[in-house]
Design a protein around this ligand. Structure first.
Ligand code: ADP
Ligand code: MG
Length: 373
């Protein structure tokens, strides 16, 4: 089912005598989710992710804007008529019901023509349980399950009616690190098998990048960028997106464009053939954008080398840096001379970004290595 969000705005009214201020949780949010895709909705806490899901589910009404499932405008439909499955961070299972009864619950509420026989309900419940691999736990109570198993029950319950759209709100946040990894792979598998259009909300960039066909990056109720994870990582449209994606995070330095070159602290580090401009810029360099090079253009003070096995993380400092330390990732095969107080790098043009210092928007100018001039 294709899902379209069209100019969605949500304003929560102010409450109480002292806190009269209203909150604009979403501002003119528009995007389209192709049928069968898994979309990661990504952004820091409070950016409007849950509000977006609440509007899609029908639990809340937008202040303005429309929502379409396929060609149908569902903006005014109540949640039970939208054909959605919902999973939250806190599994919200009924503690006194067995796993089987929890999964059956949405089916038992069907009325009139939709009503199912007991046998058919049980068949569907088993089918959903098998999909998330908990069919052996059907008689247990939620309290007798691990966090990961409880979340699987919640997913099975959301899937049992074969929803047209599956909405997952930070479904892995309550799980420990290992389970989180495993369960996210499970969710990916289930989504591939069922081909249900899915929106996966998370504040964890790695989670969103690893699981999504496309990510939607949000900040303060406004969509910043939409695209395939790798595209958005490689080509961030502004400083916020560049900083939000990637660990270690992008390195930021003061730079200057002049005489067809990018200067960092008086050193010409890359050539900029397509502009005559002279201006101050903010330079973002991905950790993997540094190339260890004895004759490199950027000279940094070497602080430490952290061994990570496959790679080394070289920690250094530079007077033009906007961060306490620069972090570069260098293949372990390349030796870093730790006795030397200075480490020199060349920069990869494709991993180096320029941002406007005022607007923080990406400056769309081509960068080249100096040798290409
Ligand atoms: P996220 O899920 O990304 O953390 P939310 O969508 O929950 O963000 O919240 C977005 C903004 O709207 C926040 O500033 C939050 O405080 C506010 N907000 C959310 N729900 C309500 C509500 N029911 N009433 C008033 N403000 C709300
Ligand atoms: Mg939330």
């Amino acid at each position: 089912m294709e899902v379209t969000l069209q100019n969605l705005t949500k304003i929560y009214p102010g409450r109480g005598r002292k806190r009269q201020e209203e909150v604009t949780a979403l501002k003119d949010v528009s995007f389209r989710i192709p049928d069968g895709q898994l979309i990661g909705l990504l952004g820091p806490s409070g950016c409007g992710k849950s509000t977006t899901l609440h509007l899609l589910s029908g639990l809340q009404k937008p202040t303005s804007g429309r929502i379409f499932f396929g060609a149908d405008d569902v903006t005014d439909l109540p949640p039970q008529k939208r054909g959605i499955g919902l999973v939250f961070q806190n599994y919200a299972l009924y503690p006194h019901l067995s796993v089987m009864q929890n999964i059956l619950f949405p089916l038992q509420n069907l009325k009139g023509k939709e009503k199912l026989t007991k046998a058919l309900m049980s068949e569907k419940a088993y089918e959903a349980a098998k999909l998330v691999q908990i069919e052996d736990l059907m008689d247990r109570k939620p309290g007798e399950l691990s966090g990961g198993q409880q979340q699987r029950v919640a997913i099975a319950r959301a899937l049992v009616k074969r929803p047209k759209v599956l909405l997952l709100d930070e479904p892995l946040s309550n799980l420990d690190a290992r389970l989180r990894l495993q369960t996210r792979e499970e969710i990916k598998r289930i989504q591939r098998e069922t081909k249900i259009t899915t929106i996966f909300v998370t504040h964890d960039q790695e989670e969103a990048m690893s699981i999504s066909d496309q990510i939607v990056v949000m900040k303060e109720g406004i969509v910043q960028q939409i695209g395939q994870p790798q595209e958005v990582y490689d080509d961030p449209c502004n400083l916020f997106v560049a900083k939000f994606l990637g660990t270690p995070s992008v390195n930021l330095l003061e730079g200057q464009l002049r005489a067809h070159s990018l200067y960092i602290g008086g050193e010409s580090v890359l050539s900029v053939p397509d502009t005559e401009e002279t201006r101050e810029v903010c330079v973002g360099i991905r950790p993997e954008g540094f190339v260890l090079q004895a004759q490199g253009a950027l000279h940094c003070e070497l602080c430490s080398v952290e061994v990570m096995g496959r790679d080394n993380s070289v920690v250094s400092a530079h007077p033009a840096s906007l961060m306490p330390k620069l972090r570069s990732i260098i293949s372990a095969e390349q030796k870093v001379e730790t006795k030397n107080p200075v480490v020199s790098f060349d920069l990869k043009p494709s991993k180096t970004y320029l941002f406007d210092k005022e607007t923080e928007k990406r400056i769309p100018i081509k960068l080249q290595t100096r040798s290409q001039v």
